[in-house]
Ligand binder design. Sequence first.
Ligand code: G4P
Length: 525
Amino acid sequence: MNNPDLKQQVDSRRTFAIISHPDAGKTTITEQLLLFGGAIRQAGTVKGKKTGNFAKSDWMDIEKQRGISVTSSVMQFDFDDKRVNILDTPGHEDFSEDTYRTLMAVDSAVMVIDSAKGIEAQTKKLFQVVKRRGIPIFTFINKLDRDGREPLELLEELEELLDIESYPMNWPIGMGKGLEGLYDIDNERIEFYRPEQYEGERFVKLTNGEIAGDHPLKEKSIYEDVLGEVELVREAGDQFDLEKIERGDQTPVFFGSALTNFGVETFLERFVDLAPKPHAHKTETGEAVSPYEEEFSGFVFKIQANMNPNHRDRIAFVRICSGTFERGMDVMLGRTGKKMKLSNVTQFMADARENVEEAVAGDIIGVYDTGNYQIGDTLYEGKLKVAYEELPSFTPELFMKVTAKNVMKQKSFHKGIYQLVQEGAIQLYKTYLTDEYIIGAVGQLQFEVFQHRMLNEYNAEVVMTPMGNKIARWIDPEQLDERMSSSRNILAKDRFDQPLFLFENQFAMRWFADKYPEVELKSLM
Ligand code: G4P
């Protein structure tokens, strides 16, 4: 497909996901970003809702817009000549393998951290998935308007727990009630939190790292303290290194408060500048396809099944890797060799009125699916004939024993289970000797979706018995000795008949490792 502006359009794309622990402020910051991008008109801050700052009709309007924007899986807006795609990574009870797979479709990630809590469990898990991909990670330390931990301590924790270098782009001047502003190392200026206290000026330029002449901030002791801290990190900390950032070995750190919209714009401006444009994607053969390749290609990274029993339709989310998508185009589905017409497709436009019918490499499209697509499928146009690398499997942490409720319906039970496993909705294991079915997931919701879809799509009612959290570790079949199985682990095999142990807890795993030091315990991604 001929698109003369393809390179320019691709280069303007910034496709990323926000990773964080529930309550760190992902929704709040997303909303602020959408606001800056003009994708919504008014910030529906939770505070606003609680104190009734907005008239009711206003609020409903915002909710309606948020319904489309914030709760949907992909949000798109334009900012500074860039087209930004934010991919949602559901947290809380929605957390699932889809959350991890979404991270396979982005070019960078933004990690939001609560300044009082530091690195929390879910952030760490998501971070590790991103880190393995070697893509840039930007950090936003949130909630400066509340008393939190010392910035130096937070940076130390980042480096220790996540094993990544950090570079502070700015530095908080106070926190909580004493928050004065940000010492913006990157832009050589100070950004005031309450400009009205400083004659209305939001920024003041720095000369040789200091405010020139008299200024009321200089009379406060915090000013000298911050100068000292900034000097310390300049001298003892890591130097800004773009190459390291691009490899995901250094994270630029921004401070701010999403709720009061402080520091968010400063972050966004720099982020769209530093974040990478779409890169070449690797195929199964190890070669990479350039995003500027004219023919369209992409891969399915997520399938969202409709939970409404009256609708069996699903949406397959496709990350475009090359070329231009046009509504109604014909593409090949590599796995089946079938020709597919991409007519019923959702695009995630900032402004529906534009009614743009095109999307390019870096963008995400949602393809209406009646059961043709699987996670990891490649779609391509014309002669391109590519197959993108298989998406990784993720080590499940939650397990259930599963049986068919009605023994007469074994056939549909097996068909359903195998199809859902193939599709990537759930992982399947069997106990090693007795062949009982065990299903594994990274989040509880996957079990609920599984149960629901088994009933509605395959007419198979399932009985699930929780086994709780387990640590799954694979071993070399050659090293397997059935006597290694004990009351603190379950010996199982995966769907490729590879043996693994499901350990009760870390203690049980360590005990095993001590007892059988020659046996290597391997996890998936
Ligand atoms: P999430 O999507 O990461 O789960 O977080 P979300 O944005 O929903 O924010 C979680 C809570 O933290 C919200 O409070 C939100 O208003 C608050 N919050 C987000 N950013 C900031 C910030 O910069 N400063 C302060 N002080 N609060 C912030 P909430 O819904 O009222 O719930 P609650 O948890 O306070 O009860």
